[in-house]
Design a protein around this ligand. Structure first.
Ligand code: FMN
Length: 348
């Protein structure tokens, strides 16, 4: 399998040991490795951003500004956000002192660019471009290296069909592309009817990267208090499978880059996503659980795995297990546990 991939430069450590080349190009940015810290509270202040860099993250995606923060009438926001679903947004808005956070956010970008050497990607959480499109220009002027758009739109109206939903995403992408020159990543969920077709549309219309998949607010019900409650807000490695499958299905055919998010907790999770074809993995819950040092443990695992398998650079094995490389492409499309179900039947 190795001979399929070009041999790339071997980099020597100061001590003379052979070191893996982890360099990665993601949405046009040259990154020193594939470990990006995902948008969250971990990327909302300079001290933590510095910890990301000091522990070998190759880029950071800043905590999102929410489209709701651009709605000026505070009463409207108070009314709109007075639900537990929006608690995090509500807290964030309440705690910001200026114009619902826009100025502070630009300052954070400027200061992060001064203090860090790694790329800084801004993030906006939105369902349309209403209220914030002009602001994208300010993000660019402030020096951000890219913009990640977290588009989360839950179509619950019986009149809304899949074409309408997809067109909303495409319209946002088109408008933002027309406004700024920064590379754009779209962070989206998995709930689309024909995902390959949709991913291709986003790629053709200029998405530089797709971040798969957003982990949404976990909806749950409290059966004792007969009320709604939040599910676990941190993921585990068990949540890896959906993005792993789709990155393996898409990465060879769809032009843009892929970032894997949700469920990357340990070294093996990261290796799997690279084998599936991801350019980078985004880390979030694992840092909340294990601290910033976890970036180094995952990096160390990747290096030792590459060493064991004789790979000197990520390009030698990235996408090796995507669907188009496989002798058994149908295995990537298996949806049912046929064998397990049959065995179960026999046992009975
Ligand atoms: C506390 C917390 C805050 C988050 N805030 C944001 C956010 O502002 N914008 C965003 O796009 N994603 C946000 N996320 C989602 C993460 O970026 C990530 O996509 C998700 O947690 C799945 O990745 P993981 O399994 O590595 O945690 C947040 C996640 C957590 C746990």
């Amino acid at each position: 399998m190795l001979i399929k991939f070009p041999f790339l430069a071997i980099i020597k450590e100061q001590g003379g040991n052979i070191m893996s080349d982890l360099k990665t190009n993601y949405m046009g940015l040259e990154l020193k490795n594939p470990f990006v810290i995902g948008s969250s509270g971990l990327t909302s202040n300079l001290d933590d951003l510095k910890k990301c860099e000091d522990n070998n993250a190759s880029a950071v995606v800043l905590k999102s500004l929410f489209q709701e923060q651009f709605i000026k009438k505070s009463q409207e926001i108070e009314g709109y956000l007075n639900y537990s679903h929006y608690e995090e947004v509500y807290d964030y808005i309440r705690n910001t002192t200026d114009n619902f956070g826009q100025q502070n956010y630009l300052k954070l970008i400027e200061n992060a660019k001064k203090k860090l050497d790694i790329p800084v990607i801004a993030s906006i959480n939105c369902t349309s471009t209403k209220g914030w499109l002009k602001y994208a220009e300010h993000i660019e002027e402030a020096g951000a290296d890219g913009l990640e758009l977290n588009i989360s739109f839950l179509p619950t109206d019986v009149e809304i069909d899949s074409n309408f939903v997809e067109s909303k995403y495409i319209e946002i992408l088109k408008k933002v592309k027309n406004k700024i020159d920064l590379p754009i990543a779209l962070k989206i969920g998995p709930y689309f009817t024909a995902f390959k077709n949709f991913a291709d549309k986003l790629s053709v219309r200029g998405a530089d990267a797709l971040v798969l998949f957003n982990r949404f607010y976990q909806f749950d019900i409290d059966i004792e208090n007969l009320s709604l409650k939040a599910g676990n807000h941190l993921s585990s490695s068990d949540d890896l499978s959906t993005s792993l499958r789709w990155i393996a299905l898409l990465s060879a055919e769809i032009e843009n880059d892929f970032a894997a998010t949700t469920g990357v907790h340990h070294g093996p999770d990261a290796v799997k996503q690279l084998l599936a074809g991801a350019k980078v993995v985004q880390l979030c819950s694992t840092i909340y659980k294990n601290g910033f040092e976890q970036i180094n443990s995952i990096k160390n695992f990747l290096e030792s795995w590459m060493d064991r398998h004789g790979y000197k650079s990520i390009n030698q094995f990235r996408g090796l297990l995507n669907q188009s490389e496989s002798e058994y492409p149908q295995e990537y499309e298996r949806m049912q546990y046929i064998e397990a179900l049959t065995k179960e039947k026999n046992i009975k």
